[in-house]
Design a protein around this ligand. Sequence first.
Ligand code: HEM
Length: 487
Amino acid sequence: MLIYICLTSIFLAIYFYVNYHRLKHWKRKGVATLEPQFFFGNAKSVILQREHVGTALKNVYKHCRQRQLPFFGYYMFTTPILIVCDLDLVRKIMVTDFDHFKDRIFYRNDKEPLSLHLVSIDGARWKENRTKFAPLFGSLNVKLLYDRVSKCVDKYIAQLHEVAQPIELEGFVSKITLDVIACCLFENSSEFMEKNREEIVQYAEKFWKLSPSESFVRLMVIVFPDVILGTKIKTMSDKKKNLFLSKVAAILQEGGHDGYNFVRILQAESHDLPLENIAANWWIFFVVGYRTVSSLISFCLYELAMNQSYQMRVVEECKEINSNAIGQMRFLDQCLKVKLIYCTLPETLRKYPASTMIRRQCTKEYRVVGTSLTLNRGDNVYISTLGIHSDPNLYPDPEKFLPERFAEGHSRHPCAYIPFGAGPRSCMGQRFAFMEAKIVVAKILKDFHISVNDITDSEPLPMDPKAFELQTANGIWMNFQKKSSIR
Ligand code: HEM
């Protein structure tokens, strides 16, 4: 009986605390919000994995814009999150007032060195890492990696000539991008990949394809960061950690004899970084670098397959590229001049931003000018990339794929297009991603005519509500018809 009374009292205490304190946070601050539900807040469909978090936040953005508000309150479970919709305020948070919003919440654990990388670390440690690693992705270095990337892609184009049709596009493209990033990060990558391929692919895929319990832990990191980040929950086995550490140690010792790669660049730039520090960033470049670019290339090819007239125009423009240049660095320069392929990639990232939202955490008290709202240290701020990119006031007919939106002469607010984020914490790999995507798309379209196979439920592509990033639910099945076989 006593236990029963105690349990009921604890439950009632939690219920009243959550319902009348936590879930009244935005009301107290005078911020508009939808009525939250006990335990779920506003995120029931996301927590029950019925709706993709990107789509849910896009709907909040839409609602906020319809009411012409600069921001809107949202609760993920019981955690208050400010969804910022006004583009001037977005710019202040990401760029001009960055000093107040330097951090983002991402899983990290001081006892797990590989989790301490550029995406997750904060403060002075982040700044030092950013300064040391940014030159890797400078324009000259990315150009110098071109040959390495191009050779790696050629292997897969040759395979495409041999394999049975149709092909599941996302699976095929992610093999290319995984190999490309390994080629750039590791010395003798083919040897490394041959020996460890299965293990590495599994590890890299596990980072993105989460079981329901892992998705739950990742959500909890966002919702209760202090609790989760203070625990010893490990996301990486010791075996995986050791494999990566030993490989990075070996490549640093070997000293970059195998052509131009990231190790050579890093060694030229800086010698004083601890091994675990380099390994952690190698790990994040590896998993982020393969997956985001694979998503960009897959959605781009899918749209070109669905929009045959664009495909023909891209092919025509690619013909202007001197065929002798393909396989040489000159190809990249010529690719840059091909306008449609250049516009096709930004339009793909508008419609399918690999990362559907940008997260920031308030690091210093911030008064939002022109309103009565003050954000305190630790408050969460989200920006819905998918919401902004689908706003009909910014992009008329947003569901349509129209590369000409990015042709010269179209101007828009600097934060109306943010697939790579903005400001000091924006993506470091943007140049590398575009270089790789241009090579893959141009090489495929040079040899093949592409169309979507009937197996794929094509319009609109169903997205996986369980995935953390934008990913199709059933893959994209594609026909690659050799140009030589078309009369
Ligand atoms: C199409 C491809 C890519 C997309 C769409 C993309 C998108 C993003 C986004 C949205 C962010 C967060 C920006 C912010 O918070 O303002 C980010 C950060 C980052 N990205 Fe990318 N990314 C791509 C490719 C890459 C590649 C190829 C690499 C490296 C090999 C990379 C490395 C990073 C790193 C290290 C950060 C964290 C930067 C920091 O916090 O200082 N990304 N990316």
